[in-house]
Design a protein around this ligand. Structure first.
Ligand code: NAD
Ligand code: ZN
Length: 344
């Protein structure tokens, strides 16, 4: 089968022929119907040799939708042809965190060599994907796989971050979304669907700001040296009750620190290498900061309900498997509006 692989350190991904996997006991083989391209893949491919800890070549793609193609021995409750999406932050399945659905915070997965598909394990940008356990599958039902595949990360990750701050996002409050890309343009919609907060989106191009407005941002502000001042103006000088940074670079961390309200929340979701200094004097009194990772299995069911209700629409650009390297090049250049989805 064809697969989109990161094959050589520091080089662009390539399309290569690889053996089609077969499901072992407990595993499920999916015929992939759609696979999303995430900026984290670019982060991974930008790591220097000493920090890249997975064997190469590695098939990319951690947002996956598919239909059941074959079941390994002992798998019950699924039938060939069932349409599903994949919960990809796989944990050990046996610990307290995993038992509560928080496999994204499994403390054992790294030691046990358990990695998400596309981030260590063979990923979804291929004709077939091996899923380690049927508990990682969520029914897609009648939803369109292309429109829905990115709910598994581009919606799940901001949902997880936003859910924590919901008690602060009361009517009259403000939420700031820094970076209106794949995750950020979904975050704007989640905030509009779940809260009555004023939503202010920041990005660096007029095109992205236009998308933010189109999907519901009350204000769309250029992410420059004036951004924090503008947010203060829009909040009567008080700052934002919650700031979600979907870039995570030094300048955006600085904007977050300067625009958050007293006792507000900052979520550093983006992984562009910036750090947020936290302490009295660095952020307003009472601020709490978090570095959230992906989302929980129950939360994936919840965002799928939002998809079903039509409350969130992910803007997608579609690419054939041969065009996947182009999709990554465009994502790297900041040219993708919404999410790039590959159809293997
Ligand atoms: P994306 O490329 O689709 O979106 C990033 C957006 O940020 C783009 O619209 C870009 O124009 C904008 N941007 C760049 N520099 C900016 C700046 N200085 N100020 C404001 N906006 C700026 O990326 P994505 O797939 O949405 O991912 C966003 C980030 O989240 C990445 O760093 C990714 O690795 C990370 N991520 C983290 C998790 C997690 O679990 N923590 C999960 C998925 C993705
Ligand atoms: Zn991702």
């Amino acid at each position: 089968m064809q697969a989109v692989q990161y094959r050589t350190l520091g080089c662009a991904p390539e399309v290569a022929a690889v053996p089609t996997p077969e499901p072992g006991p407990g595993q499920v083989l999916l015929k992939v119907t759609a696979a999303g391209a995430c900026h984290s893949d670019i982060g991974l491919m930008s790591l220097p040799a000493e920090r890249f800890r997975f064997p190469l070549p590695m098939t990319l793609g951690h947002e996956a939708a598919g239909t059941v193609a074959a079941l390994g021995d002992g798998v019950a409750g699924l039938a060939e042809g069932d349409a599903v999406v994949v919960y990809a932050p796989w944990g050990c399945g046996g610990c307290r965190q995993c038992a509560s659905g928080q496999e994204n915070y499994c403390p054992h997965s790294a030691r046990l060599g358990i990695s998400p598909p596309g981030v260590g394990a063979p990923g979804a940008m291929a004709e077939y994907l091996l899923v380690d356990d049927s508990r990682h599958l969520v029914p897609l039902g009648e939803l369109d796989p292309v429109a829905t595949v990115s709910f598994t990360d581009a919606a799940l990750t901001p949902y997880h971050a936003i859910k924590r701050s919901l008690p602060k996002l009361v009517p009259g409050s403000t939420a700031v979304v820094i970076g209106a890309g794949g995750l950020g343009h979904v975050a704007v919609q989640l905030l509009r669907a779940l809260t009555a907060a004023q939503v202010v989106a920041l990005d660096v191009t007029e095109e992205k700001l236009a998308l933010a407005r189109e999907v519901g941002a009350h204000e769309a502000v250029l992410s420059d040296g004036n951004a924090a001042r503008r947010i203060r103006e829009l909040t009567g000088g008080l700052g934002a009750e919650a700031v979600f940074d979907f870039v995570g670079a030094s300048p955006t961390a600085a904007i977050a620190a300067q625009s958050v309200a007293i006792a507000g929340d900052i979520a550093m979701v983006g992984i562009a290498g910036g750090v947020l200094p936290v302490g009295i004097g660095a952020v307003p009194y009472g601020v709490s900061a978090v570095a959230p990772y992906w989302g929980t299995l129950p939360e994936l069911h919840e965002v799928m309900e939002l998809a079903r209700a039509g409350a969130v629409h992910i803007h997608t650009e579609t690419y054939g498997i041969d065009e996947a390297p182009l999709a990554y090049a465009r994502l790297h250049a900041g040219k993708v509006n919404g999410r790039a989805v590959v159809l293997p």
